[in-house]
Design a protein around this ligand. Structure first.
Ligand SMILES: NC(=O)c1ccc[n+]([C@@H]2O[C@H](COP(=O)([O-])OP(=O)(O)OC[C@H]3O[C@@H](n4cnc5c(N)ncnc54)[C@H](OP(=O)(O)O)[C@@H]3O)[C@@H](O)[C@H]2O)c1
Length: 256
């Protein structure tokens, strides 16, 4: 992805956290940025602070509306050439107790169904652009699950797999597929506590390292900051090395 180019970038979940951080960074480097999400006041505040940025109200859980949303976006922004599938939710579940079916459905709808459907709806348009990018957002937890959030981790593992297939199928087109794999970052994904947790990576540090990777490694497929290496490279799911790290990691996070 050429950051300095004249991209038109749609970022779902661009009103807060990592999405907002990337939106503002892309905006600063001269790109047209459109952020989308459910909270109008949050989106308005970001746009007010970044002259020229635009916003769209979107609930990605309403999967039947994603196709018409995509059509509206391409009509309104014909130069749209980058989709960042950032919107996500992360909730704990007690599978040994009484799991909440609505957490399963909501997490899959937001983190898995929505990126697949929105990408599918925009692909014809993206393929017509000289250069285009789909950036899917996974997590270090796609590779080492945090057992407290099983559906979340499963959706992120699925997006990793799907991104590989998508990249392969699009290999002869103008569309590149990037995977952004954050470590634990200071945002409000799981609430205010995470935003202030000293164990989480400061958001500005994370955004700066991501931009450095994108600009210095034009052929990168997975955007991995150093903090995510332990989770990303814990090992094969069947290996002893993996299970040893998995136990240590989950014990540490349980007392967290
Ligand atoms: N922070 C971390 O430690 C971390 C680690 C690994 C991966 N990630 C991933 O990074 C992405 C961004 O998360 P974040 O940490 O920046 O947390 P965040 O600030 O809570 O961002 C999540 C964004 O998703 C949007 N969203 C949620 N449900 C939505 C829906 N139904 N429709 C439209 N938008 C929706 C939210 O906006 P509205 O509420 O206004 O809709 C919000 O702006 C997520 O995919 C997350 O899984 C984060």
């Amino acid at each position: 992805m050429d950051l300095t180019g004249n991209n038109t970038i749609l970022i779902t979940g661009g009103g807060s956290g990592i999405g907002r951080g990337l939106a503002e960074a892309f905006h600063k480097t001269g790109n047209k940025v459109i952020i989308a999400g459910r909270r109008k006041n949050v989106l308005e505040a970001v746009v007010a602070a970044n002259s020229g940025m635009s916003y769209e109200i979107l609930d990605v859980q309403e999967s039947s509306k994603l196709k018409s949303f995509a059509a509206k976006m391409t009509a309104k922004y014909p130069s749209l050439n980058v989709l960042v599938n950032m919107a996500g939710i992360m909730q704990t579940e007690n599978l040994a107790g009484s799991p909440d079916p609505s957490v399963i459905d909501g997490t899959i709808a937001t983190n898995l169904t929505a990126p697949l459907q929105l990408t599918a709806a925009l692909l014809q348009h993206l393929k017509q652009q000289t250069k285009a990018t789909v950036m899917n957002v996974t997590s270090g937890l796609a590779f080492t699950p945090l057992a407290l959030t099983p559906t979340y981790c499963a959706t992120k593992a699925a997006i990793h797999s799907w991104s590989i297939s998508l990249r392969y199928q699009l290999r002869n087109t103008s569309v590149e597929v990037l995977e952004l794999t954050p470590p634990y970052v200071q945002t409000e994904l799981t609430g205010q506590r995470q935003a202030n947790d000293p164990k989480a990576m400061p958001l500005s540090d994370y955004i700066a390292e991501v931009l450095e990777i994108i600009s210095s490694q034009p052929e990168v497929k997975e955007i991995l900051v150093k903090n995510v290496y332990p989770l990303r490279f814990a090992g094969d799911f069947n290996s002893e090395k993996f299970y040893s790290f998995f136990e240590t990691f989950n014990a540490a996070m349980a007392g967290h």
